[in-house]
Design a protein around this ligand. Structure first.
Ligand code: NAD
Ligand code: IPM
Ligand code: MN
Length: 374
């Protein structure tokens, strides 16, 4: 018996979570997984209910659960409150408290969506890219940080970008090993591109050298390359298929993954897994709470549904169940169903659907006896 904590959060969080939970329940029944679901509060809704973006009770629930599924947090309602109480701080704290240092963000193009991206289809066709983002260190957590008043009365904001060798080594290990696994599955050479600003920042000079040392000592079968973050942003658009696994720090990974999302058609398609050293994880879409479309049944629930597949794959080692969900997503795309963010209005035969209808269509595919297509 395993327990999953669901944290819907704010904005479109509850809408996408409702659909993902149904998918999880049906998959649980179909594959006899023995899952129990529990829900909790995080983000702005938690601030409203308890005064804290990550109440102690939620943290306790998360520690006791086998995995966590998260929607999204944040929104204009909480943007002006004291910094330590903002919804985003709740998300950062749960990542840090649970030790979820390895964030895997998969940018895989479903071929049905080749025309939904703003990038030419020949540049992205066949794309399957993994960004390994360090998630509990770097400039997001470095001290000192704050806003101070200088002697002349002017204010100054400051943050500190820090990485210890041990932090770089543990995320490097994840990247090298995933590159090896992916190479075994694809038959292609294992490749890791480490993204840094070693030309400017000492912290990333250490990052780069540590990656080189690791490759030489333990991963000589993996082809390691290095790229400055600014060039990497450009190369992702110019020729994204040159990359297989990209490994980088917290902030560069945040930025590169939103960019990579557009290669798949929409940020609404990008799932993620955030793992600790034992493979326990929190799973969440890469996008935010999308306040501009919240409550309108317009959100794309597929990134969250695909995050459920990642949960079954990484935490529960249920590859078959994970693939069933990914196949169901592919099947509804085959049927031409599109939420607004992935709708290409020039393509004939597509049907615009809302968040709920998209979720229900995935469910229908999953519920069908094997081989049937409803
Ligand atoms: P966002 O990702 O919420 O939205 C950016 C754009 O993408 C918006 O136009 C939105 O409508 C669209 N979009 C996002 N997800 C979508 C989906 N599933 N389907 C269709 N369209 C989608 O980023 P933002 O606007 O910069 O941030 C909004 C709030 O979310 C902020 O408070 C931010 O801090 C927070 N945020 C939270 C997370 C998280 O919880 N992991 C991630 C990013 C941003
Ligand atoms: C993400 C988000 C978060 C981040 C914010 C909301 C703290 O943008 O999950 O990508 O920057 O990590
Ligand atoms: Mn982000």
């Amino acid at each position: 018996m395993a327990t999953i904590l669901t944290l819907a959060g704010d904005g479109i969080g509850p809408e996408i979570m409702t659909q993902a939970i149904e998918v999880l329940k049906v998959t649980d029944r179909k594959f006899d997984l023995g899952l129990t679901l529990e829900s909790g509060l995080i983000g702005g809704v938690a601030v409203d209910a308890t005064g804290e973006p990550l109440p102690e009770k939620t943290l306790e629930q998360a520690r006791n659960a086998d995995a966590v599924l998260l929607g999204a947090v944040g929104g204009p309602k909480w943007d002006a409150i004291e910094r330590s109480k903002r919804p985003e701080r709740g998300l950062l704290k749960i990542r840090s408290e649970l030790g979820l240092f390895a964030n895997l963000r998969v940018a895989k193009l479903y071929p049905q969506l080749a025309n939904a991206s703003s990038i030419k289809s020949e540049i992205i066709s066949g794309l399957d890219l993994l960004i390994v983002r360090e998630l509990t260190g770097g400039i997001y957590f470095g001290e000192p940080r704050g806003i101070r008043t200088l002697d002349n009365g002017e204010q100054q904001g400051y943050n500190t970008m820090v990485y210890k060798t041990s932090e770089i080594e543990r995320i490097g290990k994840v990247a090298f090993e995933l590159a090896q696994t992916r190479a075994k599955a694809s038959g292609k050479p294992a490749k890791v591109c480490s993204v840094d600003k070693a030309n400017v920042l000492e912290v990333t000079e250490l990052w780069k050298q540590t990656m080189i040392n690791m490759q030489q000592a333990d991963y000589s079968d993996v082809n390691l390359s290095h790229m400055y973050a600014d060039n990497a942003c450009m190369q992702l658009i110019r020729d994204p298929k040159q990359f297989d696994v990209m490994v980088t720090g917290n902030m560069f990974g945040d930025i590169l993954s939103d960019e990579a999302a557009m290669l798949t058609g929409s940020i609404g398609m990008l799932p993620s897994a955030s793992l600790d050293e034992d493979g326990k994880g929190m799973y969440e879409p890469c996008h935010g709470s999308a306040p501009d479309i919240a409550g309108q049944d317009k959100a794309n629930p597929l990134a969250t549904i695909l995050s459920v597949a990642m949960m079954l794959r990484y935490t529960f080692k249920q590859e078959q169940a994970a693939q069933a969900i990914e196949q169901a997503v592919s099947d509804v795309l085959d049927d031409g169903l599109r939420t607004l963010d992935i709708l290409d209005s020039s393509e004939p035969g597509l049907t615009q659907v809302g968040c709920q209808q998209m979720g229900e269509a995935v469910l229908a595919k999953l519920s069908a006896p094997n081989g049937d297509t409803p």
